[in-house]
Design a protein around this ligand. Structure first.
Ligand code: T4K
Length: 368
C-alpha cells in the first residue's frame, strides 16, 4: 500500500532550535500577553511581508471578526460565497448581513462587475477573498469602495508573501487578514494576523485583541481574547527562516503539474499572473466532466482509492449551507460561476515536501 499523499503538510521548525528557544521562554517566565518573541515576530513579519504594521492573532478567523468591529461596520457586507466558511461566519457573528456576489472564473475572486448591483443604502463594507492567494481585482474594487464610501477588508488567509509589482498584496484595502494555520504556507500551528496601514489602527486592534484593555483600569471597547502565545511566536520565527525555500519547492511542484496537465482535455488550471509573486498555496484544477470524460467527484474518489487525499476547496458553496441559503443573494441564479466552479474544483496535493515521484503518482491518475 502506497503512503498517503495529503493535500498539504505543515512546515515544521528545526526541533533543536525550537527546544533551545523554549528554554529561553521558560527562563523568562513570560509565556503570553505581548511577550518578547511575540514582538520579535511582529517586527520580522513586517520586514518579510513589506508592510508597516502587523498585529498577531491566535488564528485567521478572529482578525476577520475583529476587523469588522474595529472599522465599525454595520448593516450589509458584500462578500463571496466561494471561500472557507470563516469569511462569512465572521460577518454573521458580528450581527451583519452577508450579501453574496458571484466570482470571476479567471481568479476565483469577487467579480467587480457584480458589486455595484449588490450595493444598498445599508451596505458599509466589502469583504473579498484573494482565493488560493490569487489577487482579486484590487484596483476596481477600491474604485467602487471609494465611489460609495465603503470599507474594504480583504480576507488574505492564503496570501502569505504574495506581491503585485513588488508591492505586498496586503497593502490594499483598509485591512487584510492572514491565517497561519498548520495547513498554510507559513504556520504557527494555529495563528493569524491583521495588516493595517497606520499606527492608530494598530493600537486600537492591539487593545481589541486583549479584551479592549488600554491600561490596567481602562477598557476602550468590548474586545476579545485573541493573543498569540510565546511558544507559537518562536515556532513562527523559526518557520519564517525556511518559508522562501518552501515557496520555491511549491513552485517546482506547480511547474511539474502544469507541464503534464496542459495537454489534458477538460482540465483547467491557473498559470502565474504577470507581475505577481505567487506563493503556490494551493493547486486547484477545474474538471469539465464532458470534455474530460469523468466527473469531478469520480476523479476525487479515484484519487482517494490511491491514497491521494485531494480536497474540494471550496465545495459546497457557503451560500448553500442552512444558515445562509435563505438570503436573497444566495440563489444559484445570482451565483452561476461560483456554483459551476464549486462543482468542478479539486485541489491537488501541494506542499514543500512533495517529491517528483509523489507528483507523478498524482499525475498518473489525473492524466489518463
Ligand atoms: N479565510 C480563509 C479564506 C480560509 O481558507 C481560512 C482557513 C480562514 C479564513 C480561517 O483561518 P483559520 O482560523 O483556520 O486560521 C483547513 C484549515 O483548517 C483552515 O485553516 C483553512 N482555511 C481551510 C481551507 O483548510 P480543513 O477542515 O480542510 O482542514 P483539515 O484538518 O481537513 O486538514 C486538511 C489537510 O491538511 C489534511 O488532509 C491533512 C493536512 N494536515 C492538516 C493538519 C491540521 C496536516 O498534514 N497536518 C495538520 O496538522 O480546514
Amino acid at each position: 500500500m502506497k503512503k498517503n499523499l495529503t493535500v498539504t503538510t505543515p512546515l515544521m521548525p528545526d526541533l533543536g532550535e525550537f527546544s533551545q528557544m523554549l528554554k529561553d521562554i521558560w527562563e523568562s517566565k513570560w509565556i503570553t500577553n505581548n511577550g518578547q518573541f511575540h514582538q520579535q515576530l511582529e517586527e520580522a513579519l513586517c520586514a518579510y511581508l513589506k508592510v508597516p504594521y502587523v498585529s498577531l492573532f491566535t488564528n485567521g478567523t478572529l482578525p476577520l471578526l475583529t476587523a469588522l468591529q474595529a472599522l465599525r461596520v454595520s448593516g450589509e457586507v458584500i462578500t463571496t460565497p466561494y471561500t472557507f466558511v470563516a469569511t462569512t461566519h465572521s460577518i454573521w457573528w458580528n450581527g451583519l448581513k452577508p450579501v453574496f456576489v458571484d466570482i470571476d472564473p479567471s481568479n476565483c475572486g469577487m467579480d467587480p462587475d457584480r458589486i455595484e448591483a449588490a450595493i444598498t443604502p445599508r451596505t458599509t463594507a466589502i469583504m473579498p477573498v484573494h482565493c488560493y492567494g490569487k489577487p482579486c481585482d484590487i484596483v476596481r474594487i477600491q474604485q467602487i469602495a471609494d465611489k460609495y464610501g465603503l470599507k474594504v477588508i480583504y480576507d488574505a488567509a492564503h496570501c502569505f508573501g504574495v506581491e503585485v509589482n513588488g508591492k505586498s498584496i496586503l497593502e490594499y484595502g483598509d485591512i487584510s487578514t492572514l491565517s497561519f494555520h498548520a495547513t498554510k504556507v507559513f504556520n504557527t500551528v494555529e495563528g493569524g494576523a491583521m495588516v493595517m496601514h497606520d499606527a492608530a489602527t494598530k493600537q486600537r486592534i492591539d487593545y481589541l485583541k486583549n479584551f479592549g484593555f488600554e491600561s490596567e483600569t481602562e477598557v476602550i471597547a468590548p474586545g476579545i481574547n485573541s493573543k498569540l502565545d510565546e511558544m507559537r511566536a518562536i515556532y513562527g520565527l523559526l518557520n519564517l527562516r525556511q518559508v522562501d525555500d518552501a515557496i520555491e519547492a511549491r513552485h517546482r511542484v506547480a511547474i511539474h503539474y502544469r507541464e503534464a496537465l496542459r495537454p489534458v482535455q477538460g482540465i483547467r488550471f491557473f498559470d502565474d499572473m504577470p507581475g505577481v509573486r505567487h506563493n503556490y498555496s494551493y493547486f486547484p484544477i477545474f474538471v469539465d466532466a464532458e470534455e474530460y470524460g469523468m466527473t469531478r467527484d469520480e476523479l476525487f474518489f479515484k484519487l482517494r482509492e490511491h491514497n491521494i487525499m485531494s480536497r474540494r476547496y471550496f465545495y459546497p458553496l457557503i451560500s448553500t449551507f442552512s444558515t445562509y441559503r435563505g438570503l436573497p443573494s444566495a440563489t444559484t441564479e445570482n451565483l452561476p460561476n461560483a456554483t459551476r466552479i464549486a462543482n468542478e474544483v479539486i485541489c491537488l496535493p501541494m506542499h514543500h515536501e512533495l517529491s517528483e515521484e509523489d507528483v507523478d503518482r498524482v499525475l498518473e491518475i489525473v492524466v489518463k
